[in-house]
Design a protein around this ligand. Structure first.
Ligand code: GAP
Length: 515
């Protein structure tokens, strides 16, 4: 059995081999934590974005979209707190000259202790069989109790250092725990320093006249600064939301796990403006709606969980993550935050503008509170690919790799294949293709045996393969082969459009999640 790590490596290789994701500027040996989406990757990504955009803006008549610029006035980032506080604590190893996030080094140490505990538990489970009582074992086994105590003490010390922003203490924990650099193997560490994650560049043409500007680290601020524009021009009444999809940039130092943590990535964010006092009701609504959105894709309900935050940012009064079971454990894919009136008030203060909503019914003005839903397109992409990748043994002794993607998200909905490249079959296949291509992304393939062509489409997750054979010329029927069941059925050409439409259509899924 392959380990999860091996499976993940295979998925990354598969993404490259089948045109989903390439390392950026690969001919120059790539750029760390930057990736390009290939011909199939971009289709899958666009379908994810379409699913999110329509679920937010069509299923909610009170949500509208915008597309704000990546560059924003630099004061935006002062007001939002990013200039002062969007930092990671970094530490360098003096021997290897490699840089690490101090908090991540300690988190990995905590994970190592968890592994030790879990190994003990698994060993005991094997030994005791059905009579094994895990809770009792954890409470009574000396070695496990020792590990648990050590973990709790370390966790407490770590949490306090992070809360107090105590960089010297973070370094001391690393030293006390004898955490070594994986490259040099030494404990020869520098001090811990705060490192701002925002990329900067300059705007303007003369040396004196340039202005330092940032590449936005989140799309949300483009929504906040446009609150009044949208509210007034759209005559929006609270509660209402503004949705946006766009690129964000963070100078991530610990950039690993493929497209999970990148320096340039894409976010789908929605800010929902509500009356103060109603925010927790709406927080609950958005938690449930967003989870429904995820689960409706059918990747497996057990793969999702909420992770409520114990420690809240000073401006938030509730926050949760939707986590997805990746090959490397449950990981955050989406955040849902109740951000009070922090952002709008900050922008009002820094811009000296009144940013309020006038409630005509109540005859009063107030600064709305905000519920934010924020999901990374790339993490969503990764969760879908990871849970769809399957290696299957077939009845005939062969095997296949199949991406059982939700059909609505599949890059290509159907591949049209003439059985042979002669006898008028390619021309007939072209007719079928022409019938479909205006409404669906379809492909045409006439090379190699039908078996090989099926495998190629399985590997990119195409739900339907449509074969045109000699009988088609007589009976006007084609063979449609289903990706998941591999069952084939004979279907009149007149019914093909409806079959493909059924696979490609988002309507059913929208109906499932609509309130
Ligand atoms: N406006 C709130 C905000 O940006 P966040 O938790 O920092 O919150 C939201 O980011 C989502 O953006 C995350 O849940 C994740 O899906 C995605 N994300 C954040 N940093 C990322 C990175 N470096 N690479 C890929 N996706 C990232």
């Amino acid at each position: 059995m392959a380990t999860q790590e091996e499976v993940f490596k295979k998925i990354i290789a598969h993404c490259k081999e089948y045109g989903f994701v390439f390392p950026s500027s690969e001919i120059y040996d790539g750029l760390s934590a930057v990736y390009d989406y290939g011909q199939n990757g971009v289709e899958l990504k666009n379908n994810i974005k379409q699913y999110w955009w329509n679920a937010m803006t069509r299923l909610h008549s009170n949500i509208v979209g915008i597309d704000a610029a990546i560059f924003m006035h630099p004061t935006t980032w002062k007001a939002s707190g990013h200039v002062d506080a969007f930092n990671d604590p970094l530490i360098d190893n003096k021997d290897s000259k490699k840089r690490y996030r101090a908090d991540v080094l300690i988190e990995e140490q905590l994970a190592k202790i968890d592994d030790k505990i879990n190994k003990e538990v698994e060993k005991a489970r094997k030994r005791f069989g059905d009579s094994f009582d895990e809770a009792m074992f954890r409470q009574t086994n000396e070695r496990v109790m020792e590990h648990i105590q050590k973990r709790e003490a370390l966790h407490e010390r770590f949490a306090k250092a992070m809360n107090d922003n105590d960089l010297a203490e973070l370094r001391q924990i690393i030293v006390d725990e004898k955490i070594v650099c994986p490259i040099s193997g030494t404990c020869n560490w520098t001090d811990v320093r705060q490192f701002n994650l925002m990329f900067t560049t300059e705007m303007g043409s003369t040396a004196e006249g340039t202005m330092k500007v940032y590449l936005r680290p989140e799309t949300a601020q483009g929504i906040f600064v446009n609150f009044l524009n949208v509210q007034k021009t759209g005559r929006m009444k609270i509660p209402f939301g503004i949705a946006q999809i766009g690129k964000a940039f963070r100078n991530e130092i610990v950039a690993r796990q493929f497209v999970f943590r990148m320096k340039e990535f894409e976010q789908m964010e929605m800010q929902f403006f509500v009356q103060p006092g109603e925010e927790l009701k709406w927080f609950e609504y958005w938690k449930q709606f967003r989870l429904k959105w995820h689960k409706a894709l059918g990747l497996g309900d057990e793969k999702y969980r909420f992770h409520d935050h114990d420690k809240l940012a000073h401006y938030a009064n509730a926050a949760t993550d939707i986590e997805f079971l990746m090959p490397f454990g449950f990981k955050e894919v989406e955040g849902i935050h109740s951000r009070t009136d922090f952002d709008l008030s900050q922008h009002a203060k820094y811009s000296n503008k009144k940013i309020e909503y006038f409630d005509a019914e109540k005859g009063e003005s107030y600064t709305p509170y905000v519920i934010e839903t924020s999901i990374g397109v790339d993490r969503m992409f990764l969760s879908i690919v990871c849970s769809s990748y399957k290696e299957e043994a077939l009845a005939d002794g062969e095997s296949r790799v199949v991406l059982s993607l939700p059909a609505v998200l599949a890059p290509i909905k159907a591949c049209i294949m003439p059985l042979v490249r002669k006898d008028g079959l390619p021309e007939k296949a072209q007719e079928v293709l022409n019938m479909l291509k205006y409404d669906f992304k379809v492909a045409y393939d006439e090379k190699d045996s039908i078996g090989k062509r099926y495998r190629r489409q399985d590997a990119i997750g195409t739900p339907l393969c449509i074969t045109i054979d000699h009988d088609t010329l007589q009976d006007n029927c084609v063979t449609i082969r289903n990706r998941d069941t591999m069952q084939q059925e004979r279907v009149p050409i007149a019914e093909v459009y409806a079959k493909v439409a059924k696979e490609a259509s988002f309507s059913e899924i929208y109906k499932k999640i609509a309130d």
